[in-house]
Design a protein around this ligand. Structure first.
Ligand SMILES: [Zn+2]
Length: 237
């Protein structure tokens, strides 16, 4: 089942969706696949203005457009996808925010891009499926780095010893940056099981972490290349 944001679903001028292991790109958006810009995500903070379908964006982790009919997307497998829309659907954005992007300020970069022509107060943001605080274990040094560099409360950043809550950090940042509303769609990419037991896949999402653990035990197990899920959004043509 595709995950949708209630906030974004309420905007008639756009379509969006968060993919998963059985439908990497939500079926309702497949039709627009050929318009996707070409890009290489590098856990950076560069935001690109997309002006035409299939635009060559180079290395980039954030995308912004006011053009109808161009699908914006980011690919994730545990990292945090955030998609954005102006309340009237006249402009949209998408961001790939892993821990590095959150720390280095990709959400701030997107807010700055929006603020160039507009006010984030006219925008809403939806946080998609990502590694949750239930499973996202990191080393103590990384938690300390977050707690030193970000203004968010230490318990919000790391609600459990050696675990990060990427979605809570993003939500707090987006609120502080002045977005009108923020919601969440989907659940933890590492542990969420498929709701439908008839599905061949045991887990709902592609997870880089789960796959790496599996491959450590069984080197024959295939890697996730080409199987990351899309978070995608388009202004209706
Ligand atoms: Zn989990």
């Amino acid at each position: 089942m595709t995950d949708y944001s209630a906030l974004l679903s309420a905007i008639p001028a756009i379509q969006h969706g968060f993919g998963n292991k059985s439908a990497l790109l939500p079926a309702s958006l497949l039709h627009y696949r050929d318009t996707l810009p070409e890009k290489k995500q590098v856990h950076g903070t560069r935001i690109v203005d997309v002006l035409q379908p299939g635009q060559l964006c180079g290395e980039a982790d954030g995308f912004y457009t006011t053009q109808p009919g161009i699908l914006l997307s980011v690919l994730t497998a545990d990292c945090l996808p955030v998609i954005f829309s102006r309340r009237d659907g006249a402009a949209i954005g998408a961001v790939h925010a892993g821990w590095r992007g959150l720390l280095d300020g990709i959400l701030e970069q997107m807010a700055q891009r929006i603020a160039h022509d507009d006010d984030p107060a006219n925008w809403v943001a939806a946080i998609g499926p990502a590694a949750g605080p239930c499973c996202y274990e990191v080393n103590e040094e990384l938690v300390a780095q977050f707690q030193q560099r970000l203004p968010q409360p230490p318990a919000l950043i790391s609600p459990r010893f050696r675990h990060l809550d990427l979605a809570a950090i993003a939500h707090d940042k987006l609120t502080a940056l002045g977005f009108a509303a923020v919601d969440h769609a989907g659940s933890c990419t590492i542990c969420t099981l498929n709701a439908d037991p008839q599905q061949p896949q045991r887990f709902k999402y592609t997870s880089f972490r789960r796959n790496s653990q599996r491959r450590a035990q069984d080197p024959q197990h295939p890697d996730i290349k080409g199987r990351n899920q899309y978070a995608a959004i388009i202004i209706n043509p």
